[in-house]
Design a protein around this ligand. Structure first.
Ligand SMILES: Cc1cc2nc3c(=O)[nH]c(=O)nc-3n(C[C@H](O)[C@H](O)[C@H](O)COP(=O)(O)O)c2cc1C
Length: 133
């Protein structure tokens, strides 16, 4: 039987007083925690904005997004889409893939989307992202 899956995508802006090494810290914590909780996903950062997609069991995804939302290292947290979906997972190989986006307009453009088009928009960026496994 397939596991019931839930996905969530949000955008946010790095806090003005966040330390420059905070993104590396976030990735390290994410990779350690997410694999323990069956979460997979992708974090994209463009030097100022974040866009993160997470997927897994609904309670695990909700608990994680509540923790991320409260994190002082970023602000203007906006959920673009959250809901159940039929698998397979979109990022099954990544406990948290990380990509730096060099294209200035990509994340602001994504932030305008709501619902499943936001997920599709993130997937559409993948070919132009510098994605490290
Ligand atoms: C943009 C952003 C993305 C984050 N993504 C994750 C994540 O995918 N997984 C995770 O465990 N923590 C993530 N965090 C960190 C959480 O907010 C929180 O600090 C962490 O879950 C606490 O883990 P700890 O109790 O092991 O220290 C993220 C934080 C930020 C600012």
């Amino acid at each position: 039987m397939n596991e019931p899956l839930y996905q969530l995508i949000y955008v946010s802006v790095i806090a003005p007083d966040a330390h420059p090494t905070c993104v590396a810290d976030i990735i390290r914590t994410s990779r350690a925690n997410n694999s323990l909780h069956g979460i997979t996903g992708l974090l994209v950062f463009d030097g100022g904005r974040f866009c993160q997609y997470i997927e897994g069991a609904e309670d695990a995804v909700r608990r994680l997004s509540d923790a991320i939302c409260e994190d002082p290292r970023h602000e203007q947290f906006i959920v673009l889409h959250a809901g159940p979906f039929d698998g397979p997972r979109l990022f099954s190989d990544w406990s948290m893939g990380y990509a730096l986006s060099h294209e200035e307009a990509s994340l602001p453009g994504l932030a305008l989307l709501r619902g499943l088009p936001a997920v599709a928009g993130l997937q559409g960026l993948i070919p132009v992202l510098d994605l490290e496994p």
